[in-house]
Design a protein around this ligand. Sequence first.
Ligand SMILES: *Cc1c(COP(=O)(O)O)cnc(C)c1O
Length: 359
Amino acid sequence: MRKHNFSAGPAALPDAVLRQAQEEFRDWNNTGASVMEHSHRGEHFLQVATEAENDLRNLLDISDDYAVLFMHGGATAQFAAIPLNLLGTAKTANYLESGHWSRRAIKEAEIYCQPNIVAQLNNNKQGINLPPIAQWRIDDKAAYFHCVYNETIDGLELESFPDVNMPLLVDCSSNILSRPMPVERFSVIYAGAQKNIGPAGLAVVIIRRDLLDRAHPLTPSILNYGTVATAKSMHNTPPTFAWYLSGLVFKWLLAEGGLLAMQEKNKRNAASLYETIDSVDLYSNNLAKSVRSKMNIPFLLADERLNKPFLEQADENGLLGLKGHRSVGGMRASIYNAVPIESVQVLVAFMRTFAKEHG
Ligand SMILES: *Cc1c(COP(=O)(O)O)cnc(C)c1O
């Protein structure tokens, strides 16, 4: 029996996609071999690769001004690829520090430059929040502006982006494809696959083509955006199975009604979880309402000693992956595209019953 999966990443995949992959696992498209056993340069896999890119372009409405890259190494490889490719002669780059993953991006950037931290989290009576954009200290001479759209661990999703006179780069690892987004607003959009796209091992990078030729001469070729773009993401052997499965997810999203349909479902799921957390005394979420994530919802129990029984009983009720990140504690429900409304209904009902029994 498959359980209701709230894992943060690797995370739930659509059941229909897993079934299809299972059906064609050993003999794919009547080729007599699995997709993993074909050359990445053969006509069969090339078709998978092309369709995946086209379907992603359709879903996000990506214009031809952008290249779409399928790269190795998850989002963490991009933390290095970005300064290597985009610093140019600048000594600094702007980084918004909105939580765990922006700190990881900053730490990697420190190898290559002196990042300028434009703003950090504060905690006032509205809860954990960022200062208003007008107060951010943006360095106009920096090479670019980097931010994390959705902080997967902290549960903070940006409300808006600053107008800057430099490339605006965004890590969308945990909220890409959760709803439509204005691609043209950004110079680089990137995401590790294992949250809202497909299996781990792959990152999608959407990059304005005029930024493809700026890499530092010491950039490793597999991290060089220009090299990867010219080779159509096949400078070396790509993670073919992850690419194929991500392609199946894109087709599933299109069949489900695209990103507007996902937005509707995700909004409903987030609203019913926050409503439960806010109305039941046992639970709390300490982020300012305006920046609460619609994808990763952390919550604390009023008494830490209840964490263990909560997780045990959740598991008995078929609810998986609710333990919060060790740096934050408590619980976290990740409600990506593949998490259906019924799963959140089961979770909410469980949370209310648990609170009645332990409140
Ligand atoms: C998970 C995550 C990362 C790191 O992804 P890896 O694929 O493990 O490198 C980076 N940024 C965000 C926002 C994430 O959620």
